[in-house]
Design a protein around this ligand. Structure first.
Ligand code: AMP
Ligand code: MG
Length: 342
């Protein structure tokens, strides 16, 4: 693939219109959202969905999220809006929450990876919303990275991955959240968290007044033969070229461990203010005990470790509740589930 890629700017109204025009005629445009950049195309056109899978190099049974700008667009996409979905949408839309519901025939199977359910999200990012409105159709938009690389959270990340492969890229600066949306299914008897994100399990439970189950694939490796409820969870996720290991324990123990492992090629992936005490090159990825700042920096940190040629990376361990559950979920995949107890 080597096509002309228009570089567009969110600050320019004409550019937003242009992005809408490209999308309406079946093209692909990478757009900023509050979570990560999305590789957007018309969600209702099966050939467009097929093209998205091709550009990303993504397996076609890994379904796409459909983005809308107004709740009025929802009834055409889903058979029914369960009570739980109504409550969650009222509390968290627009925002970084994706809700899985039964799809109508309007949504092509190519978009849902062959499933009879559809994942829907209403982003809060004003540029994403303006582009959906300009396109006049719901947009399928998986993360705008090549499959196997971390999701892009800045304009340069998207250009690195998609230049020459899409019709346009809209520059919207850095993404506010930094990890992909929370995914929750409301199609079963109980709501189930399929992917943790900025909207937390605890927040959803407060709104729903019932427990939200956690899909086993979120915090542990699936056992052989176990089926992933969220098809995306079964695929190998981004692992840097370096071998990443998470070290679970306090900073004193972490520092002690690093002092014993100062060989060339070793890098520390630690929290703010810790790196200078370690005696090895380091990248800091947010404040200790603060999932929000860690989520914001994690994917940039992982891309940067590769750029620096890190070979062995020892990472500080995030917590597992609140927004930290999302950080832990992404980091254990980058670490191929290697966790050492200190
Ligand atoms: P991404 O497009 O990279 O943000 O990933 C979308 C995630 O949502 C993947 O993990 C998918 O498996 C999940 N997903 C999308 N649609 C569905 C669905 N209908 N049922 C279950 N999981 C879904
Ligand atoms: Mg992705």
């Amino acid at each position: 693939m080597n096509m002309d890629t228009r570089l567009l700017d969110e600050k320019n109204e004409q550019d937003i219109k242009e992005a809408g025009k490209i999308l309406r005629r079946g093209g692909l445009v990478a757009i900023p959202t509050e979570t990560v950049y999305g590789l957007a195309g018309n969600a209702l056109d099966p050939t467009v969905s097929a093209q998205i899978y091709k550009v990303k190099g993504r397996p076609s049974d890994n379904p796409l999220i459909v983005h809308i700008a107004d709740i009025k667009e929802l009834p055409a996409l889903v058979e029914e809006i369960p009570e739980a979905a109504k409550k969650l949408a009222a509390a968290f839309w627009p925002g970084p929450l994706t809700i899985i519901m039964k799809k109508t025939p309007l949504v092509p199977m190519q978009t849902t990876g062959g499933l009879d359910t559809v994942a829907v999200r209403m982003p809060s990012d004003p540029t994403a919303r303006a582009i959906i409105n300009a396109a006049g159709v719901p947009l399928a938009a998986p993360s705008a990275n090549l499959s196997g690389l971390p999701s892009p959270t800045s304009f340069p990340h998207v250009c690195d991955d998609l230049m020459g492969r899409v019709d346009g890229i809209v520059n919207g600066g850095d993404c506010e959240v930094g990890v992909e949306s929370t995914v929750v299914a409301v199609t079963g008897e109980h709501p189930m968290l399929l992917r943790p994100g900025y909207v937390t399990k605890e927040q959803m439970e407060a709104v729903l007044g019932e427990e939200v189950l956690v899909s086993p694939a979120i915090l542990e490796k699936l056992k052989d033969g176990e089926v992933a409820r969220s098809p995306g969870m079964k695929y190998k996720h981004y692992a840097p070229k370096a071998q990443v290991t998470i070290l679970r324990g306090d900073f004193a123990k972490y520092k002690e461990f690093i002092k014993q492992h100062t060989e060339p090629g070793v890098w520390a992936l630690c929290f703010d203010g810790e790196g200078a005490q370690l005696g090895v090159p380091f990248i800091e990825y947010g404040k200790n005990h603060d999932g929000v700042t860690q989520a914001h920096h994690l994917f940039t940190a992982l891309r940067d470790l590769d750029k620096h040629g890190a070979q062995v990376v020892y990472a500080r361990c995030p917590e597992q509740d609140g927004v930290s559950m999302a950080v832990y979920n992404r980091l254990i995949r980058a670490a191929a589930f290697r966790v050492v107890e200190l």
